[in-house]
Design a protein around this ligand. Structure first.
Ligand SMILES: Cc1cc2nc3c(=O)[nH]c(=O)nc-3n(C[C@H](O)[C@H](O)[C@H](O)COP(=O)(O)OP(=O)(O)OC[C@H]3O[C@@H](n4cnc5c(N)ncnc54)[C@H](O)[C@@H]3O)c2cc1C
Length: 405
């Protein structure tokens, strides 16, 4: 890839350091991670030791203070060789950690920073069986008792539940008189917070090295020091908390982009090498145009993703007032990148012919892995509602997000 993005020398160095780790350490393990369906703790250790977790933690909290774009450059390289490791790199750098770093108390920020700098990938717990796209219909509740909250309910499809230490849990908040105050965020720690446990693991199509879990709260008591309350308070706080998802959306799009870029590069190499009718199949115009279309899709996806990573969002008080990427740009980037990446990986598999359809080939794994990104973290349909909200300058009732204009 040429430096069309005018990355700085430091960013190019970071990118090549990530590429080297991905190719030398992560790539050789990718097939086994998929086959065994085991969380790749050795890759997590490698990410942590190379400074690729907690990248966005500011310097005053002991982190390197990298930008979101710099984290994206690392995620892209990991995902080119292993979608699972790419996803771990996303969640160890953005998503729940972004919410806590932005809205948490000093103690919470310090604690969350220590977790991710130590290699933890925090879990974000929003989705419930009857509250998927309609996240605000969640029924998990937090009842105030004295200074503490008692949380009851369950979440499902929680990425990394059972391997993550830190959890950010969204719940409806009730005061001691039983009056509902809004939706708030609560921190809990695996093996430390009593009442936090895990149910069934979802058997998934792809990305099998990360557990997708039911997370259960049974009279889980959390003290005031574990309540993450955005400055806007409980009534509008849900919108703020959901906006933290915009960084995760940019990250999710980046994993799709990385997987598709990896598939494309493999297809180009194969097309040059595989011969039929007495010449390399790359000499056939039918395939040349397919490869050209793939490269166009990837460049467009990369441009949207990097642009979203560089943006600052509109918060309740106007443009630039959210600490996260702009909701509209993040949604546009994830819609396009997720859909284009599915097509690119499918076409790359086509270039391989029967070899691409074999489980001996990485393309088969990439094809399954890339399918996720139009669903998790806000579906392509719901994200179109986010974009439509901005176009029509009104908050549409089906939007899963916060302050949409
Ligand atoms: C691999 C994976 C990882 C995930 N990780 C997490 C996680 O870590 N934490 C977490 O909280 N959640 C997680 N999720 C859940 C994810 O956020 C939800 O799956 C997603 O929000 C959609 O909810 P749903 O699956 O219940 O689908 P539904 O909301 O039931 O939607 C079903 C279909 O209807 C469409 N639809 C729904 N409403 C509308 C509408 N108004 N207009 C048009 N179409 C609509 C949807 O786009 C979809 O195609 C994960 C999901 C997956 C697959």
């Amino acid at each position: 890839m040429t430096n069309q993005w005018q990355l700085t020398d430091d960013q190019l160095k970071l990118q090549s350091k990530a590429r080297a780790l991905a190719e030398e350490v992560v790539a050789p393990r990718a097939a086994e991670v998929d086959r065994s369906e085991q969380y790749p703790w050795d890759n997590v250790e490698a990410l942590q030791q190379n400074g690729f977790t907690g990248m966005t933690v500011p310097k005053d909290l002991g982190g390197p203070g990298h930008s979101l774009l710099e984290a994206v450059l690392v995620v892209e390289q990991m995902a080119k060789v292993c979608g699972v490791t790419g996803r771990i790199a996303v969640e160890a750098n953005m998503g729940a950690i972004s919410a806590v770093l932005s809205y948490g108390s000093d103690e919470q920020r310090k604690m969350a920073a220590e977790f991710v700098l130590g290699g933890d990938k925090p879990a974000i717990c929003i989705t419930e069986p009857d509250a998927g796209s309609a996240a605000s219909l969640m029924t998990t509740r937090a009842d105030r008792r004295g200074d503490s909250y008692i949380i009851n309910g369950m979440k499902h499809w929680i990425t990394g539940g059972s391997v993550s230490k830190l959890h950010l849990i969204f719940a409806r908040v009730f005061d001691e008189q039983g009056e509902e105050l809004g939706i708030g965020g609560f921190l809990a720690i695996r093996d430390v917070t009593p009442g936090l446990s895990y149910g069934l693991r979802e058997p998934t199509l792809g990305l099998r090295g990360i557990p997708e879990m039911e997370v259960l709260f049974d009279d889980m008591e959390v003290g005031p020091e574990m309540v993450v309350l955005p400055p806007s308070g409980l009534r509008r706080g849900f919108a703020d908390l959901m906006n933290a998802y915009n960084s995760q959306r940019v990250g999710a799009g980046t994993v799709a982009l990385g997987i598709a870029s990896g598939a494309y590069e493999r297809a180009v190499a194969f097309a040059k090498e595989r011969e039929q009718f007495g010449r390399p199949i790359a000499e056939f115009q039918g395939l040349q145009w397919m490869l050209a279309d793939m490269s166009v899709q990837l460049e467009a996806a990369r441009s949207l993703t990097y642009r979203a990573a560089c943006s600052r969002g509109a918060g309740p008080d106007g443009p630039g007032t959210s600490p996260f990427p702009d909701a509209n740009l993040a949604a546009q980037a994830k819609i396009f990148t997720a859909e284009a990446s599915i097509k690119v990986v499918s076409d790359a598999l086509q270039v391989f012919g029967a070899a691409g359809y074999s489980r001996r080939n990485e393309l088969e794994r990439m094809y399954r892995d890339v399918r996720m990104f139009t669903i998790g973290g806000g579906t392509a349909q719901i994200l179109r509602t986010v974009v439509a909200s901005r176009i029509l300058e009104q908050k549409l009732p089906q939007s899963r997000d916060g302050y949409l204009r």
